[in-house]
Design a protein around this ligand. Structure first.
Ligand SMILES: Nc1ncnc2c1ncn2[C@@H]1O[C@H](COP(=O)(O)OP(=O)(O)OP(=O)(O)O)[C@@H](O)[C@H]1O
Ligand SMILES: [Mg+2]
Length: 354
């Protein structure tokens, strides 16, 4: 991929010898080129034309699926620097970034993120978990920990270490009851900083627990973070599925591979009478995965134990290792791992920062 980077810069030079000067950062990952250009705010029309010209030119490079050029004006340079570095330094030793997402809220993204993180760790990999939900951070509660992160000698934030997972969440940084009245760009910056300014170190996998929805914030994240793939969570009911499809489309739009769908709360077995009921419908996500031509990774039943372990701050993967749910998470983790390994493009991003 470093050839692609060199080639891209050469092509820019041919278009206009001054273009390489404008490059703030260039990242090649997952058959995508992410380019950030220094822009003069007063000449936005001119720079928009340059952006389109560059996107067209670089898209023609062999093996590249898409090109994303972001324009950053000088007055925004602090933020844009944080944003571009976000796709670079803090995660430069992270081999694979996987986002756990769904268009809909409350379907179990955070629950699945933490248990998947533990399951992948149990397969022998080093794992981190980033809570990208700035408005409703869940990870501190799910791991039963609210300690404040410390700083490293280099001034970076050290992730919280719990259950052998490196964790970061805005919930570790601000008091639980303080409301987050942040606008979109600030959210992006906050997430960028949790990627960049955190000393994630060497990790095989970084799981990103995405906030609900498919708005600008989620789209920008999907675009700017060099993700190896996305796992989509849905309950089987139609309403959740509609949003899950939006989620799939969002990732497809920015060329993030969909690793597959997980059906959460798929079935409920009454602990007393052992009768099975399908509270949110039956196999809806499984059927939809087929319709969407994405893999089905597995189903997680609606389980009181799962909810209780989450509320008690110790994931079911650690507190009830022999439970059906834990075994299912382990199977899902194996599938995710093999899908990532199959993806020949799951290379480490290649970075230049000017
Ligand atoms: N399979 C399950 N069985 C029982 N309870 C579950 C299950 N999955 C999730 N829950 C519970 O449902 C609630 C919502 O789950 P969670 O917070 O993981 O969803 P989310 O998609 O991350 O929500 P948000 O969109 O707000 O971020 C939590 O109380 C969680 O413990
Ligand atoms: Mg959540």
């Amino acid at each position: 991929m470093s050839d692609v980077k060199t080639l891209a810069i050469e092509k820019l030079k041919l278009l206009n010898p001054e273009y390489p000067e404008l490059i703030e950062a260039i990242v090649v990952a997952n058959k995508k080129i992410y380019l950030s250009l220094k822009t003069d705010k007063t000449k936005i029309d001119k720079f928009t034309r340059i952006k389109l010209q560059i996107e067209k030119e670089l898209s023609a490079i062999d093996g590249i699926d898409s090109v994303s050029v972001s324009l950053t004006s000088h007055s925004e340079s602090m933020q844009s620097k944080a944003d571009t570095r976000a796709v670079t330094s803090g995660i430069s030793e992270v081999r694979n970034i996987i986002s756990v997402a769904s268009g809909k809220g409350g379907v179990g993204k955070s629950t699945i993120s933490i248990n998947l993180a533990v399951a992948i760790n149990q397969l022998g990999f080093s794992v981190g978990l980033l809570d990208a939900d700035v408005y409703g951070p869940s990870i501190p509660k799910l791991v039963g920990d609210r300690q404040k992160p410390k700083k490293s000698k280099a001034g970076k934030i050290l992730p919280i270490q719990k259950y052998n997972i490196s964790l970061m969440s805005i919930g570790f940084l601000v008091p639980e009851d303080s409301p987050m009245i942040w606008r979109g760009p600030m959210v992006i910056t906050a997430v960028s900083q949790m990627l960049n300014d955190v000393e994630w170190g060497q990790l095989d996998y970084l799981i990103v627990d995405m906030p609900p929805g498919t708005g600008d914030v989620q789209l920008t994240m999907a675009q700017r973070v060099p993700m190896s793939g996305a796992v989509i969570v849905s309950t089987p009911q139609d309403l959740a599925l509609i949003d899950a499809i939006k989620g799939i489309e969002m990732f497809k739009k920015v060329n993030v591979p969909i690793l597959g769908m997980i059906e959460n709360m798929s079935t409920f077995i009454c602990p007393n009478c052992k009768n099975e009921s399908h509270i949110f419908g039956f196999e809806g996500a499984k059927v939809e995965a087929k319709n969407q031509n994405v893999d089905f990774l597995g189903d997680i039943p609606l389980e009181i134990d799962l909810r209780e372990c989450s509320d008690n701050g110790k994931p079911i993967m650690l507190s009830k290792t022999d439970s059906t749910v834990s075994k299912k998470f382990l199977e899902i983790a194996k599938l995710v791992k093999s899908k990532i390994e199959d993806n020949s493009n799951s290379e480490k991003p290649n970075i230049i920062i000017n």
